[in-house]
Design a protein around this ligand. Structure first.
Ligand SMILES: NC(=O)C1=CN([C@@H]2O[C@H](COP(=O)(O)OP(=O)(O)OC[C@H]3O[C@@H](n4cnc5c(N)ncnc54)[C@H](O)[C@@H]3O)[C@@H](O)[C@H]2O)C=CC1
Ligand SMILES: O=C(O)CCC(=O)C(=O)O
Length: 528
C-alpha cells in the first residue's frame, strides 16, 4: 500500500483518482505544524501541497520514503527543489488549472485600480459619499506593461486588448514570433518602466526576478503609474513600493501576494492607495477543482510508472514519447550497470553516443537511466534514481557527454556507453533488434550478440587453447550450469573475451578461481 499525505486544503472532488485507488491510502491533514509534518512525513511515498506547506530541506531530509511531491498550482517556490532532486524525489506541479482564474483576478485588479472601486466601496459602506475623490482613468488607449508573458500574462493580454489597451511586454524567454501571434509589442524592461500607465507582473519568483521592481525601477516609472502583482511577493521590493506610493510615483498598487504571507504587520495593508487580496489568484471553484484533478492524475501516474507531463525536476513523459522510448529505457539502464560492473577505477567521464533513429528521440530519459545504472553500482540501488542521477554525477565531478549521430553502424539504432576512469577506458554498445528485443552488440571493439539478462561472467584473456575448457571445469565443480557462451578475439593468439551466461548467482571465490586460470587477465560477474 502506498501512502499519500495531503497537507494543504485541496479539493477532495479533484482528488477522486487517488481517493478511489485501491492500493493507495490518502491521509488528508491540512494545517499541520512544521514539527508534526516532520514527524510523520517518513511514512509517506507522496506529498500533496498548495502554497501553504513549506517543503524545506529539513522536511525533505525526514521524508525517507518520499517518491513524489505534488503541487496543486503553479508556483513551486514553497518547495526546495534542489533538496528534492538530490534525494531523488520528483516534484510535479499543475500549471494549467489556475491560469484563467489568476488572469481574471489580475484584470479585476487593473480595473479596480483604474476606478478606485475598493476604496470608494469602503467609503460608501461607512456612509461617505465622495464623488470628487474617486475620479479614475480609462483603460482605453493606455499602455499596459506586462512583465512575464507566459500562461497568465498571455491571458491578461487578451483581456486587455478587448479593452483597447496597448500591450508592451517584457519576457526574455519569448520570441518575436510568439509576440506577433499574441498581437503584442515586445520591449525591454526599461521601456515598460518608462512608458507604461499600468504594470502587471506574471513571472515566477526566481533569483532574477527577486526585487525586479526596486527603488531604481520606481525612479524610472511614469508618475501616476498603477502597479499590480498577482504573481509572487518579493518580485516587488515592498519597502521601495511604500516610498513610491508616498511620493506619488505610484498612484495605486494592487497586491495579491506579499514578501511574507500573511503580511499582517505590513504597512502596505494600511496604505489608502493599496488594494489587497489574501493570495486569492487561484481561489475559484474552477481553478481548485482543475489543479486538484491535474495533480492527482499526475501523482497517480508517477507512482504507477505511467506517462506524466508536468515534472519540474525531470523530463516530461507524454504517452507519445513514452511509446517510442519505453523499450530503450531498460536497455539504457542495463548498459550502465554492465559497463560500471566491469571497469576498474574512479569514473571521470561518461560518453553516451546515440546513433540512428534513437538519436532523434527524447534521449534525456535514456541518459538518466544510463547514469542511474552506472551510479547504482557505486552508491546503491536505494540512493540513485532517474531524478537525482544527473545531479549525483555532477556532484562527483563526472563529465557526462551526450553525442547524437545519424550514423547507424549497421543498426537501425545503437546506444554506446563509454566509460573513462583514472585507470582505463571501456565501452559497450546495445541495440533493440526488431522482433528480438535488446542485445549487447559490441564490447570494446569485439562484436557480440548477448541478451542482456540474468547472470553473466565476462573474462578478458589471451586466446590460448584449453582456457574455455578450464572455465567449464571450475563452474561444473561448483555446480554452476553454463546456459550460453560466446567467445571473441581480435586475432588468433591475441586478446580475447568470453561471455558466459550462467543459471545462478556466482560467489566471489569462483570468480577468483577463474581469474587464477593461466592467461586470464580479468574476470567479472554481472547481474542484469
Ligand atoms: N496569485 C496566485 O494565486 C497565483 C500566482 N501565480 C504565479 O504566477 C506566476 C506565473 O504563472 P504562469 O503564467 O502560469 O507561469 P508561466 O511559466 O507560464 O509564465 C511565466 C513567464 O515568466 C517569464 N519569465 C521568467 N523569468 C523572467 C524574467 N526574469 N523577466 C521576465 N519574464 C520572465 C517566463 O519566460 C514565462 O514566460 C507563477 O510562477 C506563480 O508564481 C500562479 C498562479 C496563481
Ligand atoms: O494554492 C494557491 O491558492 C496558490 C496558487 C499559486 O500561487 C500558484 O499556483 O502559484
Amino acid at each position: 500500500m502506498q501512502k499519500i499525505l495531503v497537507s494543504d486544503t485541496i479539493s477532495e472532488i479533484g482528488l477522486k483518482k487517488l481517493l478511489e485507488a485501491k492500493d493507495i491510502q490518502v491521509d488528508i491533514k491540512p494545517d499541520l505544524h512544521t514539527d508534526e509534518l516532520k514527524n510523520i512525513i517518513g511514512q509517506y511515498q507522496g506529498l500533496l501541497v498548495r502554497s501553504q506547506t513549506k517543503v524545506t530541506r529539513d522536511i525533505i531530509k525526514a521524508a525517507k520514503n518520499l517518491l513524489v511531491i505534488g503541487r496543486a498550482g503553479v508556483g513551486i517556490d514553497n518547495i526546495d527543489i534542489k533538496a528534492a532532486s538530490e534525494q531523488g524525489i520528483a516534484v510535479i506541479n499543475a500549471p494549467d488549472g489556475n491560469t484563467i482564474s489568476t488572469a481574471e483576478l489580475s484584470f479585476a485588479m487593473i480595473m479596480s485600480m483604474a476606478r478606485w472601486i475598493p476604496q470608494s466601496h469602503s467609503d460608501l459602506k461607512q456612509g461617505i459619499w465622495n464623488r470628487k475623490k474617486y475620479v479614475g482613468v480609462e483603460l482605453n488607449n493606455k499602455v499596459l506593461g506586462i512583465i512575464g508573458m507566459g500562461r497568465i500574462g498571455s491571458e491578461v493580454a487578451k483581456r486587455a486588448k478587448a479593452f483597447h489597451m496597448h500591450i508592451l511586454a517584457y519576457d526574455p524567454y519569448i520570441t518575436q514570433e510568439r509576440a506577433k501571434q499574441l498581437g503584442i509589442h515586445l520591449g525591454t524592461i526599461d521601456e515598460i518602466f518608462t512608458q507604461a500607465d499600468f504594470i502587471t507582473i506574471h513571472t515566477p519568483l526566481t533569483k532574477d526576478t527577486k526585487y525586479l521592481i526596486d527603488e531604481k525601477a520606481f525612479s524610472m516609472m511614469k508618475k501616476g503609474v498603477r502597479l499590480a502583482n498577482c504573481a509572487r511577493g518579493g518580485i516587488i521590493k515592498e519597502e521601495a513600493l511604500m516610498k513610491a506610493l508616498d511620493e506619488g510615483v505610484v498612484e495605486v498598487a494592487a497586491l495579491d501576494v506579499y514578501e511574507k504571507e500573511p503580511p499582517l504587520d505590513s504597512p502596505l495593508l494600511k496604505h489608502p492607495k493599496v488594494i489587497t487580496t489574501p493570495h486569492l489568484g487561484a481561489s475559484t471553484q474552477e481553478a481548485q477543482l482543475n489543479v486538484a484533478i491535474d495533480v492527482a492524475q499526475e501523482i497517480y501516474h508517477y507512482l504507477k510508472n505511467l506517462p506524466f507531463k508536468n515534472a519540474v525536476n525531470m523530463p516530461a513523459l507524454s504517452p507519445e514519447i513514452l511509446h517510442h522510448i519505453r523499450p530503450f529505457i531498460s536497455l539504457a539502464e542495463k548498459l550502465g550497470v554492465f559497463i560500471s560492473s566491469i571497469i576498474l577505477g574512479a569514473i571521470e567521464k561518461i560518453e553516451i553516443h546515440y546513433s540512428g533513429n534513437i538519436a532523434d528521440q527524447e534521449i534525456n530519459i535514456l541518459t538518466r537511466n544510463i547514469l542511474k545504472g552506472i551510479l547504482r553500482q557505486h552508491l546503491g540501488v536505494a540512493e540513485v534514481n532517474d531524478v537525482n542521477a544527473p545531479l549525483l554525477a555532477k556532484k562527483r565531478d563526472i563529465e557526462v557527454l551526450e553525442i547524437r549521430s545519424s550514423k547507424t553502424h549497421g543498426f537501425t539504432n545503437l546506444i554506446t556507453v563509454k566509460l573513462k576512469t583514472n585507470i582505463e577506458e571501456k565501452f559497450i554498445s546495445g541495440t533493440l533488434l526488431n522482433g528480438y528485443g535488446p542485445r549487447f552488440v559490441n564490447f570494446n571493439g569485439f562484436t557480440i550478440d548477448i541478451l542482456p539478462e540474468g547472470h553473466l561472467i565476462i573474462t578478458d584473456h589471451i586466446d590460448k587453447p584449453g582456457i574455455v575448457g578450464k572455465f567449464g571445469t571450475i563452474l561444473g565443480k561448483a555446480n554452476i550450469n553454463i546456459g550460453t557462451m560466446q567467445v571473441g578475439r581480435n586475432r588468433a593468439g591475441g586478446n580475447a573475451i568470453a561471455f558466459l551466461g550462467i543459471d545462478r548467482e556466482v560467489e566471489a571465490s569462483i570468480i577468483e578461481q577463474l581469474n587464477q586460470v593461466e592467461n586470464v587477465n580479468d574476470t567479472f560477474y554481472v547481474e542484469l
